[in-house]
Every structure is written in structure tokens, then in C-alpha cells.
Design a protein around this ligand. Structure first.
Ligand code: AMP
Ligand code: ZN
Length: 471
């Protein structure tokens, strides 16, 4: 069966058909974090959702190129740089590093490319120049360059592809300079913002004078530089639909003539927001959490990840600490079953049991219906536990089940194993033992095994080679 996804552009669930005529290659761009502070768990819901899409496409055998940018220059960042009296790089570096640690703790795969906006200034300028050349952009009296919605529409293009807009109230030439604005403030938006004293040292030279890019043009430039003028998937949280993604479409489709039937992005996927205890997160309500806050409370990245992956991406998700405790027990049930299967399987390896894989795939093909997928997994686990308890679990069946779980976990990445990072010194010992065994130095190999044991690790020989596991 094929994957179906809800495409915001079409406002309906559609078959996912990659642009690649061979149906293999998929280009996917996810709007990354604005590194003005530590990201909160709402942000991470969106990043875990994008990781699920990436992993599921991998699972289905697509050759995915996954790009996620880092927004390291925009209004909020500049304000913070000014307030903290630091340099842009110093300021953003700290939060970028924290973000990368956090997504790792959440078991998210590294994107294939992670461009920083500040490293794409030439591409941004080039894109703005194209819009100027085509008459879809103009320099205003304040020195800033704006995108002209009227000129763009005049060329037969359509502004308002992702959202319905009321053009009656729009006055020609009205402009909005800030990076974030409401649908009601429909107006020409800034592509290049002329340098003002408040920007401090944050500015670059351009054909329109010193200044800095607007937020929206950054994503258009980075995505097209790395994935080409047309690509398959663009993802983000629902708040990005307008203006950010609408403006991305306008800037990209306004800069060139697309061949018939082609456009900037084929499928737009948006994740709904996360609430905490039923309310929008806010520092004043005391319901604002970063991932670090939850780790400090003793929860783990995989518990947070699992909880986020129990809800459908298009439904608002109500995060609670009780929910997180529930996630802990659900994971314990999975861990326990996996351990028992490992005991039953011994050294036997097998091909994955196909029935459960088919159920999970059918559920996820249906616009990533994670609830149905988890329903099937836990039903299966119940059956396995019963079989184990009654002694009806031969080693080959256990090995088939384990292999199936490995495949399922390549999508969800919630198993203890996937999340147990093997420290570098332990990994070095594993490799040293392997070398000793090759050299038939069994005394040294046994010594290393004991040393690992003393540190709480053992080595399991898997089809992919020896792997360190916690005792
Ligand atoms: P930002 O760093 O503000 O650009 O946001 C990074 C990502 O988090 C974007 O895709 C946002 O749409 C998303 N986001 C922001 N708030 C929430 C929330 N409460 N729940 C889910 N996603 C969110
Ligand atoms: Zn973006």
C-alpha cells in the first residue's frame, strides 16, 4: 500500500507520489529552530514529527534527502543579541548547540544537511535580485526591499495558496517589516531589511545597501539551494502556514517560471501544536517546559519522544506530566517483552515476522496514524507475552518477532537499545576486543569482556557485528 498524507496545499489527504520519475528520491525540507533561546517541548513536538516522517520514508525504501535549517538571524535573535551585548555568533552558537543536544536526546536522526541562514547570504541576495529583476520586489524609502503582492499576482501567480485571504482590506503598497505577523495584516513583506542602529553589528553588504535578510526569504533560499527549485515535502508547525510558508511559496514561485505542472513544493505537511495541561505554554502560567526541564525532573528523552509519538500529528496534543509517567510504563512493557524475546531467541537470527509489520505499515500509510500503529503493536506484545508465559515461544519465533520489532523501531526509535548511547570509551573497548579476537588473542579478548562487565556492559554479536549493550 502507498503512503497518504494530508497536504495543506490541497486541504485533503493525498497519495504521496514523489516527483522523481523513478519514484525513489524524495527531497524534504523542515523549518528548523530559531536559535534565540532553548527550544521548548512544543517546538520538539514538531521536530519529533518531522523525524517520524523522515524515518517512515526511509522505512518505505525512499532515498530521502532531509534538510533542516537553523534560523540564526531574525528579529527576536537581533533583539536578544542587543540586550545581552554579545555577538550574533556567540549568542546563537550556544542555543544551536543546546538544540542539537536536545534533538539527539529525543532520538531524532541527523538531517543530511543543516544549513545556517547566515551562511547563505549570497544565495539570499541572489534570490532577492531575481525578484527585483522580475519586478516582484521593490526598494522602499526606508531602504528595505519588499515583496510586492500586487506585482506577483499581476504576473498570474496566486498569493494565498495555503490560506484563504481577504484581499478587499489590503491596500496597495501597504508594508509589514516584522518577521511575524497575522493574516489580517496582509501586506507586502520585507525581503531585505535596511540596517538600523538597533541591529548593531548584524548586517551584510548588498546591492540595496547594508542590512539583513527577512526570515521568510532565508528558507526559500536555503531549501532551493540544497534541494532545487522544486522538491517534494516541506514541513513545519501549524503556526508557520501563514505568513512564513505562504511567503516562501510567493518568493520561490515569483523568482522563476516553473514548467507546466511544477511548483515550489508538492506536499506541505503541518503539525498541530502542543498544549501543556490544556493550555498554551507560557512562562507566566508556569506550564512552560524545555526538554532540559523534563530531564531535570528525571524523565528521559525517549519517554518524551514516545509520548509525542502517541498522538496524531494533525491533532492538538495535550502534554501532561501524568502522560509522561504513563509513557514510562508503556515503554517498560515493551522493554520487558523485548528482553524476554532476546532470552528466548538466544543467538538465532531470522527474517521479520511479516504480519505485525504489515499492520504497522497500513496504519502509518494512512496519514501517519500512529494510534492505530501503537494499537497493533501493543496487541501483538500482549500475544507475545502470553506465548512466552505459556512456554509457547520457540527460539525461531522469538527471533522473527525481534527482527520485526527492530524494523518497527527504525520508525519510532523508542527502544532502550536505540536510545542507549554507547560512550566512546566503551565502543573503543568493543573494537579492541574484536581486533584481539581476529588476532586470536583470546586472553586479551576475555580481559576486555571482563573490563566491560565491570563497567556495566556486555557484548552481543549481531548480524551487523558486535554491539555493546547495558547489563
Ligand atoms: P521556532 O523556533 O519558533 O521557529 O519554532 C520551531 C518549530 O516549532 C516551528 O515549526 C514551529 O511551528 C513549531 N512550534 C512552535 N510552537 C509550537 C507548539 N506549541 N507546538 C508544536 N510546535 C510548535
Ligand atoms: Zn522556514
Amino acid at each position: 500500500m502507498g503512503l497518504k498524507v494530508f497536504n495543506t496545499l490541497a486541504r485533503e489527504v493525498q497519495d504521496f507520489v514523489p516527483r522523481d520519475p523513478a519514484g525513489k528520491k524524495v527531497g524534504m525540507y523542515c523549518c528548523g529552530p530559531t536559535v534565540h533561546d532553548f527550544a521548548h517541548i512544543g517546538n520538539f513536538r514538531t521536530f519529533v514529527f518531522t523525524d517520524l516522517v523522515r524515518r517512515y520514508l526511509d522505512f518505505k525504501g525512499y532515498e530521502v534527502t532531509h534538510v533542516m535549517n537553523i534560523t540564526d538571524v531574525e528579529d527576536k535573535i537581533i533583539r536578544r543579541v542587543r540586550e545581552t551585548n554579545t555577538t550574533l555568533k556567540e549568542y546563537t552558537h550556544r542555543f544551536e548547540a543546546a538544540f542539537l543536544e536536545d534533538v539527539k536526546a529525543l532520538g531524532c536522526l541527523e538531517p543530511h544537511q543543516r544549513p545556517n541562514a547566515t551562511e547563505y547570504i549570497p544565495q539570499i541576495i541572489e534570490l532577492i535580485q531575481k525578484l527585483m529583476d522580475r519586478g516582484s520586489a521593490y526598494q522602499a524609502n526606508d531602504g528595505s526591499v519588499y515583496f510586492s503582492i500586487e506585482k506577483y499576482q499581476g504576473c498570474g501567480c496566486h498569493y494565498g495558496q495555503l490560506v484563504k485571504l481577504n484581499f478587499d482590506e489590503m491596500r496597495t503598497g501597504e508594508r509589514v517589516a516584522s518577521d511575524e505577523y497575522e493574516k489580517e495584516s496582509l501586506a507586502d513583506f520585507a525581503l531585505w531589511k535596511a540596517r538600523v542602529p538597533e541591529d548593531g553589528a548584524v548586517f551584510w553588504a548588498s546591492p540595496w545597501g547594508e542590512g539583513r535578510p527577512g526570515w521568510h526569504i532565508e528558507c526559500s533560499a536555503m531549501s532551493m539551494a540544497l534541494l532545487g527549485p522544486s522538491f517534494d515535502l516541506h514541513l513545519g508547525g501549524e503556526d508557520l502556514v501563514f505568513p512564513h510558508h505562504e511567503d516562501e511559496i510567493a518568493q520561490s514561485e515569483g523568482a522563476r517560471d516553473y514548467p507546466e505542472g511544477e511548483r515550489f513544493v508538492k506536499y506541505w505537511l503541518h503539525g498541530a501544536h502542543l498544549l501543556v495541561e490544556g493550555k498554551k505554554m507560557s512562562k507566566s502560567l508556569g506550564n512552560f517546559f524545555t526538554l532540559r526541564d523534563l530531564l531535570d525532573k528525571g524523565f528521559t528523552g525517549r519517554e518524551v519522544r514516545y509520548l509525542m509519538l502517541t498522538a496524531h500529528y494533525r491533532e492538538q496534543f495535550n502534554f501532561t506530566l501524568d502522560g509522561l509517567t504513563g509513557a514510562r510504563s508503556a515503554l517498560a512493557r515493551l522493554d520487558e517483552c523485548v528482553i524476554k524475546l532476546q532470552e528466548a531467541a538466544g543467538k538465532i537470527t531470522a527474517v521479520p515476522e511479516p504480519t505485525i509489520l504489515a499492520s504497522v505499515e497500513a496504519a502509518l500509510d494512512d496519514d501517519l496514524n500512529v494510534s492505530a500503529a501503537w494499537g497493533a503493536v501493543f496487541e501483538w506484545v500482549r500475544g507475545l507475552n502470553k506465548a512466552i508465559a505459556t512456554g509457547a515461544m520457540p527460539s525461531d519465533k522469538a527471533a522473527e518477532a525481534l527482527a520485526a520489532w527492530d524494523r518497527i523501531d527504525s520508525i519510532f526509535a523508542v527502544s532502550k537499545e536505540t536510545n542507549d548511547d554507547v560512550p566512546a570509551e566503551i565502543q573503543a573497548l568493543v573494537e579492541e576486543r574484536q581486533a584481539a579476537r581476529k588476532a586470536k588473542d583470546f586472553a586479551r579478548s576475555d580481559e576486555i569482556r571482563d573490563e566491560l562487565k565491570a563497567q556495566g556492559w556486555f557484548i552481543e554479536d549481531t548480524p551487523k557485528g558486535p554491539r555493546a549493550k547495558r547489563l
